[in-house]
Design a protein around this ligand. Structure first.
Ligand SMILES: C[S@@+](CC[C@H](N)C(=O)[O-])C[C@H]1O[C@@H](n2cnc3c(N)ncnc32)[C@H](O)[C@@H]1O
Length: 250
């Protein structure tokens, strides 16, 4: 049985178009950095959530996309969407762990991971996935990074508590080199990638659930915490963002 705060968390996230910052435009821009992909690339989308970027990858390529997430309701939602779009031949959603997939992949052209590599730790993820790529294959992932070295105390305190591993893009690029990758390119997600399909619908969902859970103090506390994170980004979004990293197996 899930903790009450976990239930509220999923009630919020399952209703959103995507489960992290991102956009079709950013996915397309990162994909364009994967120069020389075959006509039908074999793609593995890790921590796919409800699959916003999975479906974008399917429409932006003629390849196959295996999409993996541990949260079964996300995979069920993606599977319904795949069926509705008639994509079953090319897009295969599955419940599974991106550290230990049901069958160990090999010879992949492209591994994709928007906003989920941090669950494994970036260096661990890069080392785990490297053998799954063919020589010259690509890994594209997003990760939160500091944009400035002088974060206000309140912001630093938040990240120290929530994710002390937060660092800057240069540190990740050095890690990538150590783990056997070349850098094909990288870029910072624009503000719109945080708001349009993520924080704006999240705020609306939080408002909706406040009414539904008005008598439940623990649910209200959980919703307060989600709203606080949104407010923090509204005030301090100039200090941190997501970076899209596109790496090539050297
Ligand atoms: C921030 S969400 C990003 C989802 C999606 N890529 C997006 O950008 O909308 C992170 C996702 O990683 C999934 N996840 C966490 N740990 C995982 C693991 N070990 N294996 C597979 N998925 C995992 C979560 O269930 C969640 O859906």
């Amino acid at each position: 049985m899930s903790e009450p705060h976990e239930q509220v968390f999923f009630e919020v996230f399952e209703a959103l178009p995507r489960q992290g910052p991102g956009s079709r435009e950013c996915t397309a821009r990162a994909l364009a950095l994967c120069r020389g992909l075959p006509a039908r690339p074999a793609i593995l989308d890790l921590g796919c959530g409800a699959g916003a970027q999975t479906l974008d990858l399917a429409s932006l390529t003629d390849g196959t996309v295996d999409a993996l997430d541990t949260h079964a309701p996300f995979i069920a939602r993606l599977a319904r969407e795949v069926a509705a779009r008639g994509l079953q031949e090319r897009v295969r959603p599955a419940v599974g762990d991106m550290a230990r997939p049901p069958c160990v992949p090999h010879g992949l052209d492209l591994i994709w991971c928007e906003g989920a590599a941090y669950f494994l730790g970036i260096e661990n993820a890069l080392r785990t996935w490297r053998p799954w790529l063919r020589p010259g294959g690509f890994l594209a992932f997003t990760e939160v990074v500091w944009l400035r070295a002088d974060p206000p105390g309140e912001l630093r305190a938040f990240w120290t508590k929530e994710y002390p591993q937060i660092t800057d893009a240069a540190t990740h690029l050095a890690t990538a080199a150590r783990c056997g990758y070349q850098v094909a390119g990288h870029f910072t997600l624009p503000a719109s990638a945080w708001w349009t399909d993520f924080y704006t619908p999240m705020e609306a969902r939080v408002r909706e659930l406040r009414l539904a859970h008005a008598a439940d103090a623990r649910a209200t506390t959980a919703l307060d915490a989600i709203q606080a994170e949104i407010d923090l980004h509204r005030r301090f979004g100039a200090w941190y963002s997501y970076e899209f990293f596109v790496l090539r197996a050297a």
